[in-house]
Design a protein around this ligand. Structure first.
Ligand SMILES: Nc1ncnc2c1ncn2[C@@H]1O[C@H](COP(=O)(O)OP(=O)(O)O)[C@@H](O)[C@H]1O
Ligand SMILES: O=C(CO)[C@@H](O)[C@H](O)COP(=O)(O)O
Length: 498
């Protein structure tokens, strides 16, 4: 029997999946690592924590008594996007990584807009958003000049882990797309953008396809992980690209909803000239020469995990959510906007913060929990709405991520999106997508589509309940008004944040 491993380097944990040629997940291992929020809006991780956690997770899989490590032919990656890992001349990180959900870079975003004007959207196909990598590079240069002086190059999170496993530096197109340094449609680093900000051509690493072989394991990495030194290491992709691959989103007309720490609505695109005017992200897919458009809710699953940590510590998600299914749409007139760390789509705003609106003396914790789930889903529905407005059909949505583990939430998604929602048999979207890239890279299949036909197994379908859908139309309109009504208030309150 032969195997591949898909490694999903997430925000809360790394998860590694051991997958056989039938696409069955035969073992999985996970290790979590801390997030550091030194100030409001800041979010960092230690690259060394990712490396240690990845080795440990791999070691657990390789030590599986039923598996011969020599039968593990290849590994590949899915990674949290945009995070900046600045490296010195010896390839060592000069500081902690600044993550995708860090919003300290509003000034640098305005600077990028000032310097590049219309060129920004034309070249990179994306607007300047706080989460993207270029603003983070500029922030370090402006605020930590001594550290920046020692920086000679950068990588993204999963590329750094791969570098530590193979000793070789690369970045795949799907992750490079989120740096604001890539000409997405042309698939090349943008000399114009690099020059405009005085960055040398050697600053970004060589570009590769997601299924491309990037090397084999270094002897010390083989020893630490327990894998064979000749295990093939394939580039992998951005978590959302891998989530899409692992859900079979490989052709036009297919849409993904992912509720992890962040939440995304992603729509496959063949046409590289498709223009959404920068309202949604436009990135390269992990499938060669294809693309996707995507709207992002910054604090999707994070809103629920914050609520659980703050108001139900020690309870499981199933316990916390046990009673929400018994409440009607609208949680008894309680609305929540999930802006705990600012927002991206449709309001690129790092100052906005979350609200509960309509708190009534009769409300109990279950009403708040339902309102949080509905608010997250309303935020994602803004992206669904935008895609429909741009002429795309959104009729069937594959739902993945931690949020897809709760059947009440899956039905709520169908009711709010007004579309059939489909879950996966073994909810492991991005990790499975990474394993599929390794399986395709190893030559097990002629195409990612053939691999998807064998590996991706759909489970239940949730069809919109007409009565609930109708109720949500009015509630969604009310939800959409909360942003405008609380924007200025939050600007005032920003001065009081820690
Ligand atoms: N049983 C569950 N029911 C509902 N939501 C859940 C459940 N388990 C996890 N979640 C949600 O999923 C999120 C984690 O999703 P995950 O895909 O593991 O995140 P990431 O890849 O960002 O680390 C949590 O923050 C939580 O909101
Ligand atoms: O910033 C984005 C996409 O643009 C996020 O989707 C990150 O890629 C992290 O995702 P999760 O940890 O929520 O999976």
């Amino acid at each position: 029997m032969s195997y591949v491993i898909g490694i999903d380097l997430g925000t809360s944990a790394v998860k590694a999946l051991l997958v056989n040629k039938e696409g069955t997940i035969v073992a999985e291992a996970s290790r979590s690592y801390p997030l550091y929020h030194e100030r409001s809006g800041w979010s960092e991780q230690r690259p060394e924590d990712w490396v240690d956690a990845t080795h440990e997770a791999l070691r657990e899989l390789a030590a599986n008594e039923n598996i011969d490590a020599g039968a593990i032919e290849g590994i590949s990656f899915s990674g949290q996007m945009h995070g900046l890992v600045l490296l010195d001349g010896e390839g060592k990180p000069v500081r902690n990584a600044i993550l995708w959900n860090d919003t300290r870079t509003t000034e640098q975003c305005r600077e990028i807009e000032r310097v590049l004007g219309d060129k920004l959207l034309r070249l990179t196909r994306n607007p300047a958003l706080e989460g993207f990598t270029l603003p983070k590079i500029l922030w370090v240069r402006e605020n930590e000049p001594a550290l920046f002086q020692s920086a000679e190059s950068f990588l993204l999170p999963k590329d750094y882990v791969r570098y530590r496993l193979t000793g070789r530096r690369h970045m795949d197109y799907s992750d490079a797309a989120g740096t604001l340094l890539l000409e997405v449609a042309e698939k090349r680093w943008s000399d114009e953008v690099l020059e405009a900000f005085g960055l040398p051509a050697s600053f970004p690493p060589p570009l590769v396809e997601s299924h491309e072989l990037t090397g084999t394991l270094l002897p010390e990495a083989a020893e630490r992980s327990g894998l064979n030194v000749d295990t093939k290491v394939f580039a992998g992709g951005a978590d959302n690209a891998c989530g899409a691959i692992g859900s079979g989103i490989l052709s036009e007309g297919l849409t993904l909803c992912s509720i992890g720490t962040s939440g995304v609505i992603l729509s496959y695109e063949d046409d590289k000239s498709k223009d959404f005017g920068g309202k949604v992200h436009f990135f390269n897919h992990g499938k060669e020469d294809s693309f996707y458009a995507m709207g992002v809710t910054l604090a999707a699953g994070y809103s629920l995990s914050w609520f659980k940590k703050t108001f139900a510590p020690g309870e499981s998600y199933d316990e916390l959510l046990a009673e929400v299914g018994g409440l009607p749409p609208g949680a008894g007139g309680l609305l929540f906007t999930p802006y705990l760390v600012g927002e991206r789509t449709p309001h690129a705003d790092s100052s906005i913060r979350a609200s509960f609106v309509g708190i009534d003396g009769s409300h109990e914790r279950k009403h708040f929990a339902r309102a949080v789930m509905e608010g997250i889903t309303f935020s994602l529905n803004e992206s669904v709405d935008m895609f429909r407005g741009a002429g795309k059909k959104v009729e069937r949505i594959v739902s993945i991520g931690g949020g897809a583990q709760n059947p009440v939430w899956l039905q709520m998604q169908a009711d709010i999106f007004g579309a059939t929602v489909v879950s996966l048999e073994n909810e492991q979207g991005p990790g499975l997508g990474a394993a599929m890239l390794a399986a395709y890279g190893c030559g097990w299949f002629d195409s990612l589509e053939a691999c998807s036909a064998a590996f991706v197994k759909y489970a239940s379908e949730y069809v919109p309940n007409q009565e609930a859908s109708n109720a949500y139309v009015g509630l969604f309109r009310a939800y959409q008004q909360v942003y405008g009504a609380t924007r200025e208030l939050n600007e005032t309150l920003a001065a009081y944040r820690a």
